[in-house]
Design a binder for this molecule. Structure first.
Ligand code: FAD
Length: 256
């Protein structure tokens, strides 16, 4: 099923930030998904030119994670960051309308996923739009009532570029299955924050992640340079490479 192109209906949209938009899609025949999976989107121009891009699923997997958000089993949500010089993302963020249709393949992926039966500690590390599949895991974790310790480190440019801010704070305040949440602001920190803005460093990372003695499973997602820097620092600090799962979104340059 996942290798077949299907037609998805756009049934809702909302802006998360001035440059990031969540798309709610209905995919007839879809029966849920796993937290952390992605889909491929294919756009076809009138002259037949096609472009395919991958997008992580933001909504939590499983019925329990869908219902609180009013999602049906055949629906999912993506969040797309607009790259100013991009071919596909500006259309998904600015051009696509409710009622439009997209070609979609998936859900895809069986390694970068969190299963609600996994009881071990989890450390999520997001750079920019890499928060998307990690939010799916955080939502699935909260909905399942899992007792697995969950900690998230979210590196972003400024408080204005954060996705899902209110919901993340709600998840962090959950009485059961709370999410321990840490932010790193790379360009502008919120007023009153004791740590000045600046790129994540190896030392800053180690202060904000579960220790190697807890043997956490890491899920690291973001631009390719961000993921490679973080994964390297974790291994250097003694974390087992076999427990570091990564998803690279592409791009060149520094950490977000
Ligand atoms: C498994 C997977 C899941 C993904 N999930 C998401 C998601 O949930 N949300 C999301 O917004 N994107 C996600 N991406 C990235 C997405 O697939 C596209 O690469 C992105 O939207 C850019 O496409 P574009 O056509 O607009 O830009 P392109 O025309 O492909 O590229 C334009 C320019 O931007 C650069 N660029 C491409 N990607 C990045 C990047 N990540 N960071 C910085 N510069 C970049 C290119 O090198 C190029 O210079 C995911 C990628 C993968 C592989």
């Amino acid at each position: 099923m996942s290798s077949v192109w299907r037609v998805a209906d756009v049934v809702g949209t909302r802006m998360e930030t001035p440059t990031a938009r969540t798309l709610r899609l209905r995919i007839p025949g879809l029966h849920g998904h796993l937290a952390g999976q992605h889909v491929d989107i294919r756009l076809t121009a009138p002259d037949g030119y096609q472009a395919v891009r991958s997008y992580s699923i933001a909504s939590g997997g499983g019925r329990g994670a869908l219902e609180p958000h009013g999602l049906a089993e055949d629906e999912l949500e993506l969040t797309v960051e607009e790259l100013a010089d991009g071919e596909v993302s500006p259309y998904l963020v600015r051009g696509l309308q409710i009622g439009d249709q997209l070609e979609l393949r998936g859900p895809v992926g069986g390694w970068f996923v969190w299963h609600d039966g996994d009881a071990g500690p989890v450390q999520l590390i997001a750079g920019g739009s890499g928060i998307v599949p990690l939010m799916s895991m955080a939502r699935a974790h909260a909905a399942s009532g899992s007792s697995a310790p969950f900690r998230m480190l979210y590196s972003l440019r400024s408080p204005f570029s954060g996705y899902y801010t209110d919901e993340l704070h709600t998840l962090a305040a959950e009485a059961e299955a709370p999410l321990q949440l840490d932010y790193v602001y790379t360009r502008q920190a919120p007023p009153g924050t004791s740590t000045p803005a600046g790129r994540l460093t190896a030392e800053g990372l180690m202060r904000r992640v579960l220790p190697a003695s807890d043997a956490p499973t890491f899920f690291v997602c973001g631009s390719t340079p961000f993921v490679e820097a973080v994964a390297g620092w974790l291994v250097d600090a003694g974390h087992d490479a076999a427990r570091i799962r990564t998803e690279r979104y592409g791009g060149i340059g520094g950490t977000p």
